[in-house]
Design a protein around this ligand. Structure first.
Ligand SMILES: Nc1ncnc2c1ncn2[C@@H]1O[C@H](COP(=O)(O)OP(=O)(O)OP(=O)(O)O)[C@@H](O)[C@H]1O
Ligand SMILES: CC(=O)C(=O)O
Ligand SMILES: [K+]
Ligand SMILES: [Mg+2]
Length: 594
């Protein structure tokens, strides 16, 4: 790299991606973002005795509906023991996330946060200490971006998260995000300051062998794709360069919008105001490097793989069938909507995926910025209708990469996502490389909790949920969950309890976005981690006994001992656990905690 290095910024001056006019910031007033001290009112309705609606479905149907071949092979650890939970002296079979237990204790049931938090782990947060701080602040899912770091680096982070889960009682899930075949700059030793009028050479050769200020480009055909007069847009607009001259493997450019070029910065090409979609748009969604990373994800038994730059459903189907044949546990596939080509195919992408992420960073570089909010809204609504978790990502708290307090516009943006009732909010640079990762998670938590409360009061964010399937067993589950959620709302229940082995019923309940939290009891730690991405679901691990009634009574006793429920609390109980050698019995009951 022969470009002019920026002095004094250190190797990862991520903060410089933020283009907020630094001198205009007013750091003085911080909005009230502390946890709501308000305790939820215990307004449980008196309901004389357990009333029960049951439905019996033959076991084969149940299997057909919920079968997940990959899961049956194991990696269903009996669950890691959380010292927090067994330290009460009763080495119990119930495991509660210690963060959730704390949030429940502080805020009460009703005011517990429903919107989940995904945090990208990077240099600022990869230590054991910082990971614990993030988990304690409310991180539900840790994201590892394969654009950066080696497999050894990611392995070390995964081990630290597993250790935390095991020793401290968290259930932080792990998401691996593929690099994708994006065009990006080479690794730079130092960030480059690009001033207006300055000339650089973009090259597909080793930049060290090129005279002048040269930056490597990852994609060989880029020299064919661009024409003189095109704009090369760095990281969605952090810097813009105009193509002056093509010289074999090199392209001479001049800076038209100044800024900082970071290592492995994303590049897009524009001509006459539009995106250049030449050979670069033919790049495969999953490169050979991505497949190696996917094999790594399988070995590491991560919970989610997020696929970057998805264009259509094909790549998702292909990856899912690969995972089904290779992985010995369920790994859910998250489609990232960030490519120009994904926009017309959103319906089929949602249908094929287990979950979706609106990756606004790259999306905003590929489609006009003013179109991003409507695409976000469309993806969120479609996912909610389809019962698939949806994550809204990027720039939620971009200014907090540098500053300890968010802009008011950022708070309004988070509020908008929460009002749309997306499942999760995601931090990127703010947690990976920012100066205030813990504070950023705290802002997400505080804004989400407050806006959710407002949504419940004002009945915001309600949408019509279409029928998901024509199959009887699926319909039964859907109807049961919809009725349970409705009953819980009408009766002002304190919580919905759901007993679920594979998480399907918890997912159906989450889709209904009920007013009260959904306590999901599952006997598998990996199901518990996957449920941690779902809106409103508080996942617990519980060893199931043969008798469903006994399971409920035991849960009440165990939760009462932890002060998580109180005598008299009204709870709607949903169950679809199949006793050994019997048909599955699905039921909804209205219960008072004895
Ligand atoms: N593992 C890591 N090692 C070093 N830096 C990292 C790592 N992960 C993230 N970062 C830093 O955080 C910044 C922003 O985070 P992130 O990786 O989420 O980028 P992004 O552009 O939002 O994602 P994507 O590359 O998927 O579009 C990166 O540009 C990088 O500087
Ligand atoms: C998260 C991500 O990939 C993006 O916003 O581009
Ligand atoms: K990525
Ligand atoms: Mg991206």
């Amino acid at each position: 790299m022969q470009g002019r290095a920026l002095g004094g910024l250190g190797p990862v001056p991520q903060a410089l991606r933020c283009r907020a006019p630094l001198s205009l910031r007013c750091p003085a007033q911080r909005p009230h973002l502390g946890p709501s001290a308000r305790q939820a009112k215990n307004e449980s309705v008196k309901f004389p005795r357990a009333e029960q609606a049951t439905s019996t479905v033959p076991a084969e149907q149940e299997q057909q509906h919920e079968v997940q071949p990959a899961e049956s092979n194991g990696n269903a650890p009996s669950g890691v023991k959380s010292t927090e939970n067994i330290s009460h002296g009763h080495k119990s079979d119930l495991e509660v996330d210690s963060v959730l237990a704390k949030e429940l204790g502080e805020n009460g049931f009703r005011s517990t946060r429903r919107t989940k938090i995904v945090a990208t782990i990077g240099p600022a947060t990869c230590s054991e200490e910082m990971l614990e701080i993030l988990a304690t602040s409310g991180m539900n899912v840790a994201r590892l971006n394969m654009c950066h770091g080696t497999h050894d680096w990611h392995t070390a982070v995964i081990e630290r998260i597993r250790k935390l889960n095991k020793l401290k009682g968290f259930s932080v899930a792990i998401m691996l995000d593929t690099e994708g075949s994006e065009v990006h700059t080479s690794e730079l030793e130092h960030p480059l300051k690009a001033e207006v009028g300055e000339e650089f050479v973009l090259t597909i050769r080793d930049p060290k062998t090129v005279e002048g200020s040269a930056i490597g480009v990852s994609y060989d055909a880029f020299v064919d794709d661009v024409q003189v007069g095109d704009l090369v847009v760095v990281d969605g607009g952090m810097v813009s360069l105009e193509v002056k001259q093509k010289m074999g493997p090199d392209v001479k450019v001049v800076v038209v919008d100044p800024g900082i070029v970071l290592s492995r910065a994303n590049l897009t090409f524009r001509r006459n105001g539009g995106l250049v979609r030449a050979r670069n748009s033919m790049l495969p969604v999953l490169s050979s490097k991505d497949w190696l990373d996917i094999d790594f994800a399988i070995r590491q038994k991560v919970d989610f793989i997020a696929v970057s730059f998805v264009k259509s459903a094909d790549v998702i189907k292909n990856l899912k069938s690969y995972l089904n044949s290779r992985a010995d546990k369920v790994i859910e596939v998250i489609a990232k909507v960030e490519s120009h080509d994904s926009v017309p195919n959103i319906e089929e992408i949602v249908e094929a995926s287990d979950a979706v992420m609106v990756a606004r960073g790259d999306l905003g570089a590929q489609i006009p910025l003013e179109d991003v909010p409507s695409v976000q809204k469309e993806v969120v609504v479609r996912c909610r209708q389809a019962g698939k978790p949806v994550i809204v990502a990027s720039h939620l708290l971009q200014s907090m990469i540098e500053y300890p307090t968010p802009t008011r516009a950022e708070v309004a943006d988070i509020a908008d996502v929460v009002r749309q009732r997306a499942d999760a909010l995601m931090l990127s640079g703010e947690s990976a490389a920012g100066a205030y990762p813990e504070k950023a998670v705290g802002v997400l938590r505080a804004v989400a909790t407050r806006i959710e409360e407002w949504c419940r009061q004002e009945k915001h964010g309600q949408i019509v949920l279409p029928q998901l399937t024509d199959r009887l067993d699926g319909r039964v589950s859907e109807e049961l969950c919809a009725s349970a959620a409705q009953m819980a709302n009408n009766l002002n229940a304190r919580a919905i309890f759901v007993y679920t082995r594979r998480g399907y019923m918890a997912n159906f309940l989450s889709r209904c976005r009920p007013d009260c939290p959904i306590f999901a009891f599952t006997d598998k730690q990996d199901v518990r981690q996957r449920l941690n991405l779902r809106w409103g679901v508080m996942p617990f691990r519980l060893d199931f006994g043969a008798d469903p009634e006994e399971n409920v009574d035991r849960t009440f006793a165990l939760l009462k001992r932890r002060d998580l429920v109180q005598k008299g609390d009204l709870v709607v109980v949903v169950s679809d656990i199949r006793p050994p050698n019997e048909d599955v019995v699905r039921s909804v009951q209205i219960r008072h905690v004895p």
